[in-house]
Design a protein. Structure first.
Ligand SMILES: *Cc1c(COP(=O)(O)O)cnc(C)c1O
Length: 418
């Protein structure tokens, strides 16, 4: 069952989005979002909400944030034309290079922004959760930069799967806490981090890694990641001579996608397409295609679309890319789907692996496995839309994926032969 939104209501919600009026005062994006949390967490969330209102859009905060993005993260990241891929696909392809950002993905935009906010709020230390480890690494780096002690909760299963990232976090001065409860992966790590936050909401800042969770996190993360779309919009006008016909981004929790899409939603002629992990098949548990196959429900404090069985039990997910392996998705994406502004589709593990190979060989860019899902979908779209201009959010680099990739033999020779 999906929340039904009439055409008139959808238009109002789209206009509200464009005017920057969402989320509303209750943290809602239309029917989605909000804050479904236990009483014990209310003071911590209220304090954060007040802190954002007091600081985020002040000149003083924005000056600090922009300086860190420029001098430490390496922004603006490049917009690269992809001439050989364009020739192969028959479209005009442009890549927004978040892989060139410090620590290798878009996650650092959010981590350094929230770490700056933590300082403003007088926090003594930071806690964070991580699944694959990328957000943990970004948080550890941002905290080291600002001299904040950092503790990262990570599921015991993920610690085993992602050993190199654990080592990176430790070297960056963070403490990594194994989580043995629940599913021992990302969901359990978030629960444990929230549990610790309750014990000292004034002294601890909880640095959440995607555009998910209870209000105000989906809003905060969108505001910090929107730098991607603002830069890309300006760059593509300057370099390509106009706006794209379509923009693609991969969607896990949805932070890189909301960062690229949000500044483009008002451009009615740009089609926006989010790409989820189609895994190995359509069955529950075989993928992480939340918006494509899920149903409305509450997960980790937020009403959105989630993967659950008919009894409301949240389902495990599967994807070859650890960063897309999550059973929920940000509430603003649920809204964009419901009002028809963004289309959400999926690409399978093998389609993503194939797309990664093609991009590597034709453009010299080893993209992240997460990002490769966006390429797989963009390639299919190209077949039906020759000559169109495509913008792809290249959310991160694939160096971290080498242990996974070595399990699949390189196929570059077969591409070279075509
Ligand atoms: C973590 C990650 C993602 C997925 O997270 P979102 O919040 O959906 O952006 C996508 N790409 C890369 C490279 C990542 O590291």
């Amino acid at each position: 069952m999906r929340a039904e939104i009439s055409a008139a209501e959808a238009e109002l919600l789209l206009q509200a989005t464009i005017k920057g009026e969402l989320p509303d005062t209750r943290g809602r994006f239309g029917p989605f979002g909000g804050r479904y949390i236990p009483e014990t967490l209310v003071p911590a969330f209220e304090r954060l909400e007040q802190g954002i209102a007091d600081h985020l859009h002040t000149d003083s905060f924005q000056n600090d944030y922009r300086r860190e993005l420029r001098e430490w993260v390496g922004r603006p990241t490049a917009l690269s034309h992809a001439p050989r891929l364009s020739e192969r696909w028959g479209t005009d392809v442009w890549l927004k290079r978040e892989d060139l950002a410090h620590t290798g993905a878009h996650k650092i935009n959010n981590a350094i922004g929230q770490a700056l906010l933590a300082k403003r709020l007088g926090a003594k230390r930071v806690i964070a959760e991580t699944g694959a480890g990328q957000h943990g690494v970004a948080s550890a780096a941002a905290c080291a930069r600002l001299g904040l002690p950092c503790r990262v909760y990570m599921g015991a299963v993920d610690i085993e799967r992602q050993a190199p990232n654990v080592d990176r976090m430790l070297r960056l001065g963070a403490e990594v806490l194994p989580v043995e409860t629940g599913d021992k992966t990302l969901r359990a790590a978030i629960d444990e981090a929230l549990r610790e936050w309750v014990t000292d909401p004034d002294g601890i800042y909880y640095l959440l890694g995607s555009a998910v969770g209870a209000h105000p996190y989906p809003y905060l993360v969108r505001e910090l990641q929107s730098v991607i779309g603002h830069e890309a919009r300006q760059q593509i006008i300057e370099q390509a001579g106009g706006l794209p016909d379509v923009a693609f981004a991969c969607v896990g929790g949805g932070s890189n996608a909301i960062g690229l899409f949000y500044p483009l939603v008002g451009d009615a002629d740009i089609e926006l397409i989010g790409v989820e992990a189609g895994g190995t098949g359509d069955g529950l548990g075989q993928n992480a295609a939340t918006l494509a196959t899920g149903t409305p429900g509450v997960l980790q404090g937020c009403y959105s679309i989630i993967l659950q069985d008919e009894h409301g039990n949240v389902q495990e997910t599967h994807s070859v890319s650890a960063g897309l392996d999550y059973s929920g998705v940000g509430p603003e994406h649920a809204l964009f789907q419901a009002i028809g502004r963004v289309k959400y589709i999926s690409a399978t593990d093998s389609e993503a692996l194939e797309a990664l190979e093609e991009l590597c060989e034709l453009e010299g860019v080893l993209t992240a496995l997460e990002t490769a899902h966006a390429y797989a979908a963009a390639k299919k779209w190209s077949a039906d839309n020759p000559g169109k201009r495509i913008l792809i959010g290249n959310s991160g680099r694939g160096d971290k994926d080498m242990p996974t990739l070595t399990k699949y033999p390189a196929r570059t020779r077969s591409y070279a032969a075509t």
